[in-house]
Each structure stands twice: as C-alpha cells, then as structure tokens.
Design a protein around this ligand. Structure first.
Ligand SMILES: CC(C)(COP(=O)(O)OP(=O)(O)OC[C@H]1O[C@@H](n2cnc3c(N)ncnc32)[C@H](O)[C@@H]1OP(=O)(O)O)[C@@H](O)C(=O)NCCC(=O)NCCS
Length: 268
C-alpha cells in the first residue's frame, strides 16, 4: 500500500467511496444494511499530512497521553517546524489521531554504543533513520494507522534520494509489549538491551534498541553469517555453469601443459 503526499499538500488516502467508517477490522465490500463497511485506513476521511507549528498544542496533548516522558517545549517546536524532522500526522475529519516523528542522522554523529547498529564497513556518509515517536489514539488502535505511518516513513527512506540510509532504529521501554510486538511483526529486531536507559518519574527504566535494516545495511557479521552467505552463493551457482567453468579452466591448463608433456615424453 503506498500513499503519495507532498510537504505542502494534504494527502487524501482514499480508496473507498464511503464516508462513514466503522471501527474494527472490516474487509472492503462487507455490507451493513445497504452501506459497505470501509476499513479505517481506506476511509477518505483519513488523511496524512506533515505537522506544522499550528499543531503544537494538539501534539503535546497526544504525546503526554501516549508517552510517560516529559519532552521540553523546544522539542515540540522543533518537530513541528524544523524540516529536518519527518513529522507525519494521520487525521480523521481534521482530528489528529496518530503521528510518527523521525529524523536521519550521520552514523558518525551517533553515540558510540549506537554506532554498532551497522557493520564497521559502513563509513563516512552513511546515514541512519531514528524514530523519535510513533503513537495512535487508543480508540483508533489495531486498525492499521501506525502501520500506515511507518510504511510511509519506510517508503520515504528507501526512495532513491535516501539510499545512504542503511538502518532505521528506535528505543522502546522493555515493558511496552504492544509496541515491541508491533515492531517485531514489521521486521525490526532487537539490537541491544539498555539498562536504566529511561528516567521516568525519577525512576530508571530499562529499554531496548530495535533496528530495521534498509538499503543493503547490515550489522557486523559473525562467522555464522559468513558461512551462511557462502552457502547462499554456493547454492545459487548453477551446476551446468559451474561444470562448464571447470571444463574451460581444464582446457586452458591442458592446452598449455600438453605440448610440454609431449616434448618431455618424446625426448625421454
Ligand atoms: C504501538 C502502536 C503505535 C500501534 O498502533 P496501531 O495503530 O494499533 O498499530 P496497527 O493497527 O498498525 O497494528 C497493530 C495491530 O493491529 C492489527 N490491525 C491492522 N489493521 C487492523 C484492522 N483493520 N482491524 C484489526 N486489527 C488490525 C495489525 O495487524 C497489528 O497486529 P499485528 O502486529 O499482529 O500485525 C500503539 O499501540 C500506540 O500508540 N501505543 C502507545 C504509544 C507507543 O507505545 N508507541 C511506541 C513507542 S516506541
């Protein structure tokens, strides 16, 4: 599923023609009375748009509801006005019901422990994406809104202009099983355990770092990974091409040694 948008225009994410939406998983074409039930993500009332400074108050309320962390005002100002951030909101009839905030960073500018996301062969110029926040209002969860927002971010980061972005990562509380399941089912894997990573209400809480590799990015390989990729290469070799390769090499060697051999036999 892909959606097109521009920074200046609202995106109408619309496939269905039905104006009413019904909560819950509804397949397109299910009829309630005479009206087809349209999944929320297909409703033309659902729009995706970038955040603007006018959204600060709404974003503050949502983030304070979703996250146990108190962000400073400057953070809200930055994510709603600085184009460095990819801050996308999902709105339903004008009401903001979900948002994703991400940014790209130079690998070299990351904290030392975060740089281990990628193998050491990725050097200067390599970038990584970081999800600062992703949330959906409780009453609109499990209807594909977060998936839609994440999918749009990934589509953006895998476009030609962002080929240098080799990984997308995030931090999550170890107790946030809903988010952990969400990310794991979307291909993210745990990269590291971060003891006491969060400070919440004066208490330290553990976190995980989750990573999704993009555009050919990969972590440092161990012996098993090398063995695996050798096996893949070996299995991908066609037996016919392999045998003709060996035969060509044999002919080459035979062609150069046979005359010498014949001469040696002749003289002896
Ligand atoms: C984690 C979070 C963002 C997920 O949002 P969401 O909108 O419920 O996510 P989605 O609907 O896209 O996916 C959730 C599940 O609903 C399912 N789903 C998708 N469309 C559905 C539909 N129409 N009907 C029912 N279920 C549906 C998905 O299959 C998915 O299940 P799966 O993970 O087993 O595949 C949300 O729980 C949240 O805001 N949590 C609080 C904030 C938070 O912790 N954020 C993460 C911090 S890192």
């Amino acid at each position: 599923m892909s959606v097109y948008w521009s920074r200046n225009s609202k995106v109408n994410h619309s496939w269905g023609r039905e104006t009413k939406w019904e909560p819950g998983r509804g397949g397109g074409g299910i009829l309630i009375g005479t009206e087809p039930r349209v999944p929320l993500v297909n409703s033309h009332e659902l729009q995706l748009r970038f955040l603007s400074p006018d959204d600060i108050d709404q974003v503050k309320v949502l983030c304070r509801t979703w996250f146990p962390i108190d962000y400073p005002d400057t953070w809200y100002q930055e994510i709603t006005s600085n184009p460095r951030f990819y801050s996308l909101a999902a709105t339903l009839q004008g009401r903001m019901i979900g948002l994703i905030v991400a940014e790209t960073k130079e690998l070299g500018n990351l904290a030392k422990e975060d740089r281990t996301i990628l193998a050491t062969c990725f050097r200067k110029g390599t970038k990584v994406g970081y999800i600062l926040s992703l949330g959906v209002c409780e009453e609109f969860r499990k209807q594909g809104i977060a998936s839609l927002l994440l999918e749009n971010l990934i589509t953006h980061l895998t476009s030609d202009a962002f080929m240098k972005v080799k990984a997308l990562y995030l931090h999550v509380l170890t107790t946030n099983s809903q988010a952990i399941t969400f990310y794991e089912r979307r291909g993210f894997s745990v990269h590291s355990f971060l003891p006491y990573y969060y400070a919440i209400n004066g208490k330290r809480k553990d976190g995980f770092m989750y990573v999704l590799y993009l555009n050919g990015g990969h972590p440092t390989w161990g012996a098993l990974d090398y063995a695996k990729s050798c096996a893949i290469i070996f299995c991908s070799i066609s037996p016919h091409r392999f045998l003709s390769f060996i035969w060509r090499k044999f002919q080459l060697v035979w062609g150069s040694t046979a005359p010498k051999l014949r001469r040696a036999i002749h003289t002896s």
